[in-house]
Design a protein around this ligand. Structure first.
Ligand code: GDP
Length: 304
């Protein structure tokens, strides 16, 4: 009958309105429900454990507001904590005082970087910016071509090493760091105010991938490094996010494939273990399936 966590907790405690302070018994019952909801949303196990401990510590002895029952009071605390971990307010891109602003995308292969590059370019173009896309994924066959198609759809130019490169052997001969540098030089010459650099991913985290991404980042002095992660990644979110955080010290997170079954637990896992804010969400394969990320809405999605 009650599907959402908020409803379940509120119902459990509906007769206890205005009972004073939250007790151990109140909290144990609710903690179990919260743990289940977070695990259902695919939040990583260690993150859930830490979260529950924090909720318990905060809730024990907390005054139950007159207008609420203990369940609602805990829901309120859980919501505040979720929003806090997810970064509080929506974090905006920081634009360089001296253009161009250089934004680099990093993440595993298949996370949705190339798709996201076109979406972000369109989003920024619609805000009055003049972005250029730079194709530095020279590993995946067809990635350059895919970026060019995305750029064309978005009406945003693409800087690529050899226009139309699509065969693996041809692409692998390029040096992604050199392409990134040339792309930034091109952006300066052509007065583009934003450069979006698509980089290569691997199926799993590996050192060479990380070194390459870090080399690109430092060669062009990227202002923003966005870690792109598939929301369906589940429990692997923690290891992957930690590896990229150490490897490239990203500044923000983009969660992709939120149109699938994923309830967004990966957002909480990544934000919790790295302390970095989620900034955007991708919700489909189309160019318009893109949203600025709102911590409060994601908290509601997890709680509901
Ligand atoms: P990359 O290897 O990180 O560059 O990943 P791609 O951009 O090539 O995306 C991998 C696959 O995921 C492609 O088939 C995309 O169409 C698909 N994809 C990317 N973003 C989304 C999304 O938000 N939702 C869905 N359903 N599919 C997506």
């Amino acid at each position: 009958m009650f599907n959402s966590l908020s409803d379940r907790l509120t119902a459990t405690f509906k007769n206890l309105r205005g009972k004073g302070k939250l007790t151990e018994a109140d909290i144990d019952g609710t903690a179990r429900e919260i743990r289940r909801a977070l695990l259902d949303a695919d939040v990583a196990v260690p993150v859930v454990r830490e979260f529950i401990a924090r909720i318990k510590a905060r809730a024990l002895g907390a005054e139950v507001a007159q207008a609420l029952n203990p369940g609602q009071q805990v829901v309120k605390i859980v919501n505040e904590e979720l929003v806090g971990i997810l970064g509080g307010q929506t974090r905006q891109l920081e634009f360089a005082k001296q253009p161009p602003t250089i934004i680099m995308l990093a993440g595993l292969q298949g996370a949705g970087k190339t798709t996201l590059a076109g979406k972000l370019a369109l989003h920024l173009k619609n805000q009055g910016h003049t972005p250029v896309l730079v194709a530095c994924d020279l590993q995946r066959p067809n990635a350059v071509k895919q970026l060019q198609v995305g750029g064309q759809r978005a009406g945003v130019p693409v800087f690529a090493p050899h226009p139309g490169v699509s065969s693996e052997s041809e692409a692998a001969t390029g040096d992604p760091v050199a392409v990134a540098e040339q792309g930034v030089a091109h952006a300066k010459d052509s007065l583009h105010d934003v450069v979006i650099i698509d980089t290569a991913g691997r199926l799993g985290v590996d050192e060479e991938l990380m070194r390459q991404a870090a080399n690109i980042k430092s060669a062009v002095n990227a202002h923003e490094t966005l870690f792109v992660i598939d929301a369906m990644i589940g429990q692997d979110a923690v290891n992957t996010a930690q590896a990229f955080n150490e490897g490239v010290d990203f500044s923000g997170v983009v969660l992709t494939k939120l149109d699938g079954d994923a309830r967004g637990g990966a957002a909480l896992s990544v934000a919790s273990v790295t302390g970095k804010p989620v900034m955007y969400a991708s919700t489909g394969e189309g160019l318009k399936d893109f949203e600025v990320f709102h911590p409060d809405r994601m908290a509601r999605r997890i709680l509901d």
